[in-house]
Design a binder for this molecule. Structure first.
Ligand code: ADP
Ligand code: MG
Length: 227
């Protein structure tokens, strides 16, 4: 078995409002190996986004262990977590979260510049990724001038730009009509596999989940294996 890019053990998270506490995650044990594409299934409200936010080092407040690339996250400072996030992870959200004042190529180049690429390298890789997603004629377009499917393709290119070991995606095609969702999802899978990244992809779409390497399901705050 290849090495683990992600390991959670006993990952727990609850939210308290007033005197009501809901335990959303009650001890999640999840391993994702290098290059593996895992579907995270569960109905709305089951905690998929909460789990991805914890694993993405976007939210504190959880207990248990998270290891990314063998590194225990709890032992890191805030700066260390930010560095690890930039080094290892790429994100795709349900809504694209692109920067509205930057065009497609700039949105994809930016994370590479932060990561130390030269402007030429960053633009070249951005153009290549966007072209492989069918956006060669849209490189100069700002998000407001792109369709929903095109915006989500730019978000996919941005997430993959730094060749992250692990891509985290939260219902990445959940905002698209079914046909567009299928096409964008296929392109996304193809690119992820092509560059050998692992991915953890939250969805409530069983049909899309069945096309990934493995499916895990969130139930009562824990994971139940499906296949
Ligand atoms: P999913 O992504 O599977 O739809 P979420 O992770 O968004 O589920 O939410 C799981 C549960 O946690 C829901 O009951 C939601 O209301 C609750 N929750 C999520 N974030 C917060 C928060 N910041 N404060 C309070 N409750 C929250
Ligand atoms: Mg969610």
């Amino acid at each position: 078995m290849s090495e683990a890019v992600l390991e959670t053990r006993g990952l727990a998270r609850s939210f308290t409002q007033g005197d009501v506490t809901i335990e959303v995650l009650r001890g999640v044990d999840l391993t994702v190996h290098a290059g593996e594409i895992v579907a995270l299934l569960g109905p709305s409200g089951s905690g998929k986004s909460t789990l991805l936010q914890a694993v993405g080092l976007l939210e504190g407040g959880f207990s248990g262990s998270i290891r990314l690339g063998g590194q225990e996250v709890a032992s890191l400072s805030n700066d260390g977590r930010t560095a690890l996030r930039r080094e290892k992870l790429g994100f795709v959200y349900q809504f694209h979260h692109l920067l509205p004042d930057f065009n497609a190529i700039e949105n994809v180049a930016l994370p590479q510049l932060i990561h130390g690429a030269t402007p030429e390298e960053a633009r070249e890789r951005a153009a290549s990724l966007l072209s492989s997603l069918g956006l060669a004629q849209r490189l100069d377009h700002k998000p407001s001038r792109l369709s929903g499917g095109e915006q989500q393709r730019v978000a996919v290119a941005r997430a993959l730009a730094n060749r992250p070991a692990l891509v985290l995606a939260d219902e990445p095609t959940g905002n698209l009509d079914e046909r567009t969702a299928d096409v964008v999802f296929d392109e996304f899978m193809h690119l992820v596999r092509g560059q050998g990244s692992a991915a953890l992809i939250a969805t409530h779409n069983e049909r899309l989940a069945a096309r990934m390497d493995r499916v895990v399901r969130l139930h009562d705050g824990g994971l139940v294996p499906v296949t």
